[in-house]
Design a protein around this ligand. Sequence first.
Ligand code: GCU
Length: 346
Amino acid sequence: MNRCNIPEIWPEKGLDTADWQSRREEIVRLLCGEEYGFLPPTPAALTWDVIETDEDFCAGKAPLRKILLRAELENGNSFAFPVSVTIPNAGRPVPFFVHISFSADVPDRYMPSEEIIDSGFGVLSFCYEDVCADNGDFLSGLAGALELDGNAACGKIALWAWAAVRVMDYAATLPELDKSRAAVVGHSRLGKTALLAGAVDTRFSFVISNESGCCGAAVSRGKKGETIRNITDAFPYWFRDGFRQYAEKEPPFDQHFLLAAAAPRYVYVASAAGDEWAGPEHEFLSCVLAGKVWEALGLEGFVCKGERPVTGEPCHNGHIGYHIRDGAHYLSREDWRQFMRFISRK
Ligand code: GCU
């Protein structure tokens, strides 16, 4: 434990890659076992059909393709969900985002497609509620197909994260995409989801959370705004059943473990100064604490001048990218611009 009673991820100074490999796997097991539940198994097969194309999307700069991704599950059921794909005609593989979206719209208020295309990035987006409803129903959608039978051993965040991993399976088959620059991104509850997807699937070289707050990027101990009690009262079904116990006692981990699970890859935390519910100070603290893992591995972790978050001064030099902007809870163009700047510099 360090001085704030926050569990350390790695107590010693030096850390070699092999040690980290097994510690990382242990951390992912701990987070899934205690908090989110384990993602369902990899499907036996994955197929897709193109259901719509718009060659003129954004003046033809990046055709819009809608596909239906179908997974054959272990129990013999199949489950399908739609994914929208925009990849700029660049003549070379481009970096890309898997965007776990609140909406199926392309563009969407949280996804400025043309700006992303003009910056040379592809996007594969899906609407989280096309995977399963954002409520306590575990009988329909992916939960139904998996026959979870109302048993929330695995919460909805883990089910949405599973879908993001399936989209990455599909992305891996597309030669137009640069697989060394694959990012997973989400806002708020879907920022929590992006962090979990990126913790589990190391093909995501950039793991990006926007204002994910409680049970996302923000350290819970001493946090302002939303607490584990608030979140498990309002959204118990986001988590595995037993997670509620940590409304009463401190968990044997904290959320900087989730950021560190991305090491030695890149992780990005974006905050908004007006988003007190998410707890920007504790999102920042999480970066400071998680950064020690990269440093122990001999890499640059969280390279930030001050000891507190400062708007207008993004920290883009280490493996943990960070910015805090003015304003309220939102996934804005400015946030996307910062993500793309960070990825482009690496
Ligand atoms: C609620 C919830 C947050 C969540 C947010 C969102 O405010 O308490 O934990 O991040 O919804 O997803 O928009």
